[in-house]
Design a protein around this ligand. Structure first.
Ligand SMILES: Nc1ncnc2c1ncn2[C@@H]1O[C@H](COP(=O)(O)OP(=O)(O)O)[C@@H](O)[C@H]1O
Ligand SMILES: [Mg+2]
Length: 273
């Protein structure tokens, strides 16, 4: 597979520290219930470098959200270990930011106060955090809406507030679980461009779960492909396209080739399992 052997020269500064930002060792998650057990993840061995943007794609129910819950410290693996900067992840941590499928903004708080929620939870200096929140709102293009309420914003705008909130505490890792899947197609393409811009400005490592192959190719340094349950990582594909990627990138033959490689893989996973 041609796409696989290439090395991306485009990963943003991965730093001198050779410890991966995130790694796992034979990680498995088994849910035990009254009607038997479900192996959601099986023997996951993966690492994400500092500053890397890595997408995870796979069929519904293959364990993508479970993997993000382990990385966020909300769920303990049944076997194996997940590490952040070489330390075992065994509880929620302040150096991880999360963005979810629904923006989940608090309707009674302004946009600015929503962005400040993690800063308050982590007991940060609020006057400094307020400045940082305004910088982030400027970065996501919503500075003018700082004092509006979420109901006054479109779905795409709310999700950009969600991204600003995920970054307010300056996390080393931004975990995003299908953040654009509730948005319409036009807004999604726009959000991909926006997210790339924000990520290039912040240099945060990112793990991005998506159902969209083209979104994964557009945004990522690497795309991890998971099999249907029990979820394992079956491919790790480097995306060697120059950055910043643009709308023209989406129309290029190289982009189409990566999408085709992934689409074929996906077909095999869904239909031959
Ligand atoms: N808390 C839970 N208890 C029991 N089963 C669960 C739980 N969370 C997820 N699962 C099961 O684990 C599998 C993986 O789920 P999930 O990680 O949500 O998949 P994905 O995000 O890829 O769609 C699914 O079969 C799901 O039903
Ligand atoms: Mg999910």
């Amino acid at each position: 597979m041609q796409a696989r052997a290439q090395v991306s020269p485009n990963a943003i500064d991965v730093g001198n520290d050779s410890t991966p930002l995130v790694s796992t060792e034979n990680l498995s998650v088994i849910f035990r219930g009254s009607r038997g057990s479900v192996t959601a993840l099986q023997d996951i061995n993966v690492s994400v470098g500092r500053g890397e943007f890595v997408s995870v794609i796979g069929p519904s129910g293959c364990g993508k959200s479970t993997l993000t819950r382990v990385f966020s410290g909300l769920l303990k693996p049944t076997h194996g270990t997940a590490y952040l900067k070489g330390a075992k992840i065994d509880r929620p941590r302040g150096d991880v930011g999360m963005v979810f499928q629904q923006a989940n903004l608090l309707p009674w708080k302004t946009v600015l106060d929503n962005v400040l929620v993690p800063a308050r939870a982590l007991r940060q200096d609020i006057s400094k955090a307020r400045e940082a929140a305004m910088d982030l709102l400027r970065l996501v293009g919503l500075e003018r809406f700082a004092h509006n309420y979420p109901s006054e914003l479109s779905g795409g705008m709310q999700q950009r507030v969600g991204i600003a909130r995920g970054l307010i505490h300056n996390p080393d890792l931004l975990l995003m679980d299908e953040p654009f899947s509730a948005l319409d197609t036009m807004t999604r393409d726009h959000m991909s461009l926006e997210l790339q811009r924000i990520w290039m400005a912040r240099k945060t490592s990112a793990i991005f779960i998506t159902h969209s192959i083209s979104e994964a190719v557009f945004l990522s340094d690497r795309v991890l492909v998971m099999s249907a349950r029990p979820g394992t990582i079956v491919e790790d594909i480097k995306i060697d396209l120059p950055r910043p990627r643009t709308l023209e990138t989406m129309a290029s033959p190289e982009f189409a080739e990566y999408c085709l490689v992934l689409r074929r893989l996906f077909e095999q996973l869904v239909h031959f399992n």
